[in-house]
Design a protein around this ligand. Structure first.
Ligand code: ATP
Ligand code: AMP
Ligand code: MG
Length: 196
């Protein structure tokens, strides 16, 4: 476990707006304090390994790999990210629960959560119907289409998973609502957590 708490882990279901809110909050830190925050995207770290091994063609294929393979790549990415979080202020852009064909895979299992040892685990949430629309309107990604009720269940389960990871690490859990058209509002809350 790292001795300092430099990391904030930002989680939330696909299409809720994590990456958008993070980019906006990081720009606020830069503008107000002229400080850099490193953003480490867990999926990107996993994708580098998966591409090297010729396992997938894009990031949205990874959650359909056999779960044993996902876990192995997850471990490598988690170790690399934890190492960077030892020495600088970082945001980790990731998930607490990955929906696979064989059920939910825990995004922050004990060995990942303890290695990163975050100050706060942020859970970005939004209205389920808005999330369904954000997914279908975003041509840059191949996110899964889910019924609104399934999105609701997934979001509820993510609350439990965030609390479980916080129990292992002593992190706080902060729920941030990313309301439709209100990215700046959500980003301001993330900014407060970063600068706390
Ligand atoms: P993933 O986990 O799949 O990477 P994500 O949570 O990072 O997803 P984003 O890529 O940030 O999601 O956002 C998904 C889409 O929703 C994007 O097209 C983005 O522009 C849009 N979006 C994000 N936040 C809002 C908001 N508050 N209102 C309207 N659209 C939004
Ligand atoms: P993202 O761009 O955040 O959607 O991440 C792309 C993909 O990376 C996700 O759909 C998952 O397959 C994978 N991924 C991201 N974070 C984790 C994690 N903590 N554990 C396992 N897989 C992850
Ligand atoms: Mg993203």
């Amino acid at each position: 476990m790292s001795s300092t708490r430099n990391a904030v882990i930002v989680t939330g279901i696909p299409g809720v707006g994590k990456t958008t809110v993070i980019d906006t909050a990081v720009a606020m830190v830069k503008e107000k304090h002229n400080e850099e925050v490193a953003v480490l995207n867990f999926g990107t770290a996993m994708l580098e390994v998966a591409l090297e091994r010729n396992l997938v063609k894009d990031r949205d294929e990874m959650r359909r790999l056999p779960t044993a393979v996902q876990r192995e790549i997850q471990k490598l990415a988690g170790e690399a990210i934890a190492k960077r979080a030892e020495s600088m202020r970082v945001i980790v852009d990731t998930h607490t629960l990955i929906q696979t064909p064989n059920g939910f895979l825990i995004g922050l299992p004990e060995w990942v959560a303890r290695a990163i040892s975050p100050k706060t685990i942020v859970l970005v949430e939004a209205d389920s119907a808005d999330i369904a629309k954000r997914r279908s309107d975003d041509p840059t990604r191949a996110r899964d289409a889910q019924m609104v009720e399934e999105i609701e269940t997934h979001q509820l389960m993510c609350r439990s998973a965030a609390v479980a990871a916080a129990t292992l690490t002593g992190a706080t859990v902060r729920i941030i609502k990313n309301r439709q058209g209100k990215v700046e509002e959500a980003a301001r809350e993330l900014y407060e957590t970063l600068m706390e």
